[in-house]
Write a protein that binds this ligand. Structure first.
Ligand SMILES: [Fe+2]
Ligand SMILES: [Fe+2]
Length: 475
């Protein structure tokens, strides 16, 4: 299955929704144990299982005017339009945005899930929260329900993405603390968060990507982990990973530095060079991370590859650096992706021992020099083209003398040097709350581009906090 595509024909998609509709409709009238409902349920289960076999995962998503199965809009005609209407209404009153089914789903799990959905005592407000709680309690692992994001309840897309960003920091902090106390970590919650961030990336990648300019908020490792997660998913998308793989990649990237928990803050934030012993302590975070995740692996939903990413994310493409592998000759694909985005986020973040971070452009140049030795060349090329010549968040001087921040990449490769820029200073150097201009705009009279980027500036040196401009968009 490729992302957002399905091999299922429209007829099969309608059939799947018809089976879902039938169980929900008849289950409202009769008790779930009743043979009529059970017959319908059996048909739904076999339809779903068949679809899962070819698709790998099935995601039913309801949008205002459409139902999508794995990103493909289901087309209804006059004869089955009532199914569409009824399912939409049902999802919306329960505040459910999507339901995903994984291939490992058992019949019994689907039974218990449908029972929860059909519960008569579900409140008219907050039904989805109750459904999710009940599913957690019942340990329904292979079905995930996603709540309608605030964005669909009249909150702007940007605001909702910002909320998700900070929710991620909070979530990871809580998970780290729980792990320290030996309590179990709620992976369902993490996976649901991951799905929301993923949907935001699909909706408006530039904006979510702009949020990775938020640096050193609260705690470096937490903030860095969210950025690495967003960048990894964005890169994985470019590389054509499936939705399921991207979700696993996101979680793996999110947890890649979990071993840093054991590294004392004095070492992590030491302004001077580390001693040999201190360096060894830092390097051990990869083993510790992997061990922690193995312990957690008994927990549900943690992808196995998360363990490898924790262990391998500092490993160079030529297999030098730590950890030393005796037999293995290559790291796994997730580790290679995380290696690139981890390095990029780290060197573009100011730290106590490196107060001047590299600009995004400088970072890319530095990384290109290490292509092949340190980074997988193909993945690095994809990353460089994703970031663009002027990555979102770059501070740029224009030939008009104005200064601006790159807000949106130009989707056409030929116009990579002409992104959309938010003007923040006029030609006299006075700070302004300017408009967002499109650098591919041409002056009609002269036939020339209105504005062109001359060079990049280092925001830290200019005392400009790029992230604030992205956050302001969500205000
Ligand atoms: Fe690390
Ligand atoms: Fe890292």
């Amino acid at each position: 299955m490729t992302q957002e595509k399905t091999g299922l024909a429209q007829k099969e998609l309608v059939h799947l929704l018809l089976r879902t509709f039938a169980v929900l409709k008849i289950g409202k009238v009769y008790d779930f144990g009743n043979q009529i409902v059970q017959d319908q349920f059996t048909q739904l289960y076999s339809a779903l299982k068949g679809a899962l076999e070819t698709e790998g995962e099935i995601v039913l998503r309801v949008r205002q005017n459409a139902i999508l199965v794995n990103g493909v809009r289901v087309k209804f005609d006059y004869s089955n339009y009532h199914i569409f209407k009824s399912l939409c209404a049902d999802f919306q009153t329960k505040e459910i945005a999507a339901i995903s089914f994984s291939p490992e789903m058992q019949e019994d799990e689907l039974q218990r899930f449908m029972r929860i959905l059909l519960r008569k005592d579900l409140p008219s407000k907050g039904a989805c929260d109750q459904v999710i709680e009940a599913m957690d309690r019942e340990r329904i692992d292979h079905i995930l329900v996603e709540k309608i994001a605030p964005v669909e309840l009249n909150v702007s897309r940007e605001k909702s993405a910002v909320r998700m960003y900070f929710a991620g920091i909070h979530l990871l902090k809580e998970a780290f603390e729980k792990q320290k106390q030996g309590a179990s970590v709620n992976f369902n919650l993490m996976k649901r968060w991951m799905q929301s961030i993923f949907n935001h990336i699909l909706d408006d990648e530039s904006f979510v990507y702009g949020l990775t300019n938020i640096k050193n908020h609260d705690d470096y490792t937490l903030n860095h982990s969210i950025n690495v997660c967003i960048l990894a998913v964005a890169l994985g998308r470019r590389l054509g990973l499936t939705r399921e793989e991207l979700l696993d990649l996101g979680i793996s990237a999110f947890l890649h530095d979990v071993g840093k928990l054991d590294v004392p803050k004095e070492i992590l934030d030491k302004p001077s060079q580390l001693t040999g012993e201190e360096r060894a302590v830092v390097e051990r975070h990869v083993q510790h991370g992997a061990e922690k995740l193995i312990e957690l692996k008994s927990a549900r939903r943690l992808p196995l590859r998360a363990v490898q990413v924790a262990l391998e994310h500092h490993l160079k493409a030529d297999m030098s650096e730590y950890p030393r592998y005796l037999r293995k000759s290559t790291s796994n694909i997730f580790s290679k992706i995380v290696k690139i985005v981890d390095y990029f986020d780290a060197i573009t973040t100011p730290r106590v021992y490196r107060p001047q971070a590299l600009t995004r452009e400088e970072a890319l140049n530095d990384m290109r020099e290490k292509s092949g030795d340190e980074f997988n060349p193909t993945f690095l090329r994809a990353f460089a083209s994703m970031i663009g010549a002027y990555p979102v968040g770059s501070l740029v001087v224009l030939d008009s003398g104005e200064i601006g921040i790159v807000f949106e990449a130009n989707p056409h490769a030929a116009f990579q040097l002409r992104p959309e820029v938010k003007l923040i200073a006029d030609s006299t150097g006075r700070m302004v709350d300017g408009e967002v201009v499109d650098l591919s705009d041409i002056e009609v009279e002269t036939g020339k581009f209105r504005r062109t980027i001359v060079r990049c500036l280092n925001p830290d040196k200019c005392g400009i906090r790029v992230a604030d401009y992205f956050l302001a968009r969500a205000a």
